[in-house]
Design a protein around this ligand. Structure first.
Ligand code: SF4
Length: 265
């Protein structure tokens, strides 16, 4: 097993008998929406999916965008792109912004009915003329044509935006219903690399609806409290892979090995 993956974790697990608030990140809410079984295996039984490789190029774009917006935040100036995308706002300056952006601290809120301490780190916050805080998420990709939010799998991006809107609003801020994705698309149409990758940036507005969140948290609570593993998601490639891998091994053993375990010649 690699050093980066613990297949059997004993920390951060939900204990139905505990009265302490349970830390629940934005990404784990998304995992529950994708598949309650995977979520239960992870948060209740301690076996999570192996982590993916870090997207270091995406992180580099995030870091540079943060620096760029921070310069404008200091000067209380809008980004030049705001004119093109008709956004009347400036980057929001707040003493807690660094915490709000930190993945391990984030914007936090104790949802009393579920006793979940929900948290998530935002990429950025802007503020409009009405004093409403705008949630901003940076995305980086490289694809032919225009970037958009139209693909089915991007539902996770929308939920992400809505959870941040809900968290920031529950921290006492007036929050704009419209959030923005700053979508950077790496241009591969150049004749050669020359050690540089240019990006086209599109700022995509998204009107969030947070009305589903509270019920979802209660659903999560119910799921975690039960001593019963929920159903798997039948469309999930991971589980189908897991199932088929076991079946392939059984077929192999039956077809190619004799009873004493020797491989047939
Ligand atoms: S269906 Fe997919 S998401 Fe669900 S438990 Fe299986 S691997 Fe996890």
């Amino acid at each position: 097993m690699s050093d980066y993956y613990k297949a059997r974790r004993t920390t951060g697990l939900f204990d139905p008998k505990s009265k302490e608030p349970f830390n629940l990140s934005r990404s784990k809410i998304d995992l529950f929406c994708e598949c309650p079984q995977c979520f239960y295996l992870d948060r209740r039984l301690g076996t999570g999916r192996p982590p993916g490789f870090p997207f270091t190029l995406n992180s580099a774009v995030d870091t540079l965008l943060k620096k760029e917006f921070d310069l404008l935040r200091k000067d209380k100036k809008p980004h030049p792109l705001f004119e093109e995308f008709k956004i009347d706002a400036i980057p929001f300056a707040h003493k807690n912004l660094n915490d709000y952006r930190d993945t391990f601290v984030g914007v936090r809120y104790l949802h009393k009915p579920s006793n979940f301490l929900v948290f998530g780190g935002v990429d950025d916050l802007w503020v409009n003329k009405e004093g409403e805080v705008i949630i901003v998420d940076y995305k980086a990709t490289s694809k032919q044509g225009e970037v958009s939010l139209d693909a089915e799998w991007q539902i996770g991006y929308k939920r992400q935006m809505e959870i941040y809107q809900w968290l920031v609003s529950n921290n006492g801020f007036k929050v704009s219903k419209t959030g923005y994705f700053v979508y950077c698309n790496g241009d591969t149409g150049q004749d050669k690399f020359d050690a540089r990758l240019d990006f086209k940036i599109k700022i995509i507005p998204y009107e969030g609806d947070t009305s589903w969140i509270e019920n979802k948290l209660l659903e999560i609570k119910e799921c975690l409290t039960k001593d019963e593993i929920p159903e798997m998601n039948p469309n999930c490639d991971y589980c189908n892979y897991r199932k088929e891998a076991v079946l392939a091994k059984l077929r192999f053993n039956k077809e190619f090995k004799n009873v004493s375990g020797n491989t047939k010649k």
